[in-house]
Design a binder for this molecule. Structure first.
Ligand SMILES: C[S@@+](CC[C@H](N)C(=O)[O-])C[C@H]1O[C@@H](n2cnc3c(N)ncnc32)[C@H](O)[C@@H]1O
Length: 246
C-alpha cells in the first residue's frame, strides 16, 4: 500500500508536501481543468462538505441514493470493501457504520485534499484505510474485494478513463463479488428537470452526457463481462444504480 501524501493547503493555492512513493498518481488534467472548483480548492471543499450542499445538487435525493448503494452492499457488510473516490457528506461514515467487526474498507482518491477531508470525517476508524490512487490504475491485487462502490464518479471521467476504471474494478473484485455504481442517467422525456439539467451538465460536467446517451455496461471490456447486471432508476430516471456481479 502506498503512503498517503501529507498536504499543506493555503487559501490561494494548493501546496502538496510530497512524502509519497514514486508511484503516487498525479492529479489528472481533466480534474484540474474541469473540476478544480468542486474538489481541489480548499474553499470548495469547505463549501461542498455539507450535507445540505450535496443534497441540493442531487435535488434532495442524496440520502435515498446513498442508502440505495449501501443497502445493496448489506445492512451489515462483511469482508473487504472498496470505495472508489471520496464523496462529500456522510456517505463514508454511514458505510463505515455498517462494517462487521472484522470487515475492512479501503477508500481511494486521486486528490490528496479529498483524502485529508475524508480523514477528518472518519475519526480514526481503524477498519477504514485511505489511499492515494487513481481509479484507472489501482494498485490492489486481482480479486481483492468482496464489494466495491462507485458513487457519482463515472460521469466525471473522460470516456477512456472510465473504460480503464471499469477494467480495474472488475479486476480487483472477487468472483461472485459485487460492484455498485450510482450515477446520472437520462431522465424520462417529460421530466421537469430534463431541459434544465442538460445545459447544466453540458457546461459544468462535460463528460456526464455520456451516461444519458449510453449504458454503463458499454464501458465493460468484452473479456470481463459480469455474470449478472441489474439496473434501477430513480427520480424520474435522472439517476441510476447499476449492480454488477462478477
Ligand atoms: C466521487 S466523485 C463525485 C462525488 C459526488 N459528486 C459527491 O457528492 O461528492 C468526486 C471524487 O472523485 C475523485 N476522482 C476523480 N477522478 C478520479 C480518479 N481518476 N481516481 C480517483 N479519484 C478520482 C475526485 O478527486 C473527487 O474526490
Amino acid at each position: 500500500m502506498q503512503k498517503i501524501s501529507s498536504v499543506q493547503l493555503t487559501e490561494s493555492s494548493l501546496v502538496y508536501d510530497e512524502v509519497e512513493t514514486a508511484t503516487s498518481p498525479e492529479i489528472p488534467e481533466y480534474l484540474q481543468k474541469t473540476y478544480w472548483w468542486a474538489y481541489l480548492h480548499p474553499r470548495s471543499v469547505r463549501f461542498f462538505e455539507h450535507q445540505w450542499a450535496v443534497n441540493l445538487i442531487l435535488w434532495g435525493n442524496f440520502a435515498r441514493l446513498r442508502d440505495a448503494a449501501l443497502d445493496e452492499m448489506g445492512q451489515t457488510i462483511s469482508g473487504r470493501s472498496l470505495q472508489v473516490a471520496c464523496v462529500y457528506g456522510d456517505f463514508t461514515p454511514q458505510l463505515a457504520r455498517r462494517l462487521a467487526p472484522t470487515a475492512r474498507l479501503d477508500v481511494i482518491d486521486v486528490a490528496p485534499i479529498q483524502l485529508d477531508n475524508l480523514r477528518r470525517k472518519i475519526n480514526d476508524d481503524n477498519k477504514v484505510s485511505l489511499a492515494h490512487q487513481n481509479a484507472s490504475a489501482l494498485v490492489y491485487d486481482d480479486q481483492s474485494f468482496e464489494q466495491i462502490v462507485v458513487f457519482f464518479l463515472l460521469h466525471e471521467l473522460p470516456s477512456d478513463v472510465r473504460a480503464k476504471t471499469m477494467r480495474e474494478v472488475l479486476r480487483v473484485v472477487k468472483p461472485g463479488g459485487k460492484i455498485v455504481f450510482v450515477d446520472y442517467h437520462r431522465p424520462v422525456w417529460m421530466h421537469p428537470h430534463r431541459y434544465l439539467m442538460r445545459p447544466v451538465l453540458k457546461t459544468l460536467e462535460p463528460f456526464a452526457m455520456d451516461l444519458w446517451e449510453r449504458e454503463i455496461t458499454d464501458w465493460v471490456p468484452d473479456e470481463q463481462r459480469p455474470s449478472e447486471v441489474r439496473k434501477s432508476t430513480y427520480f424520474g430516471g435522472l439517476y441510476q444504480k447499476v449492480v454488477m456481479v462478477r
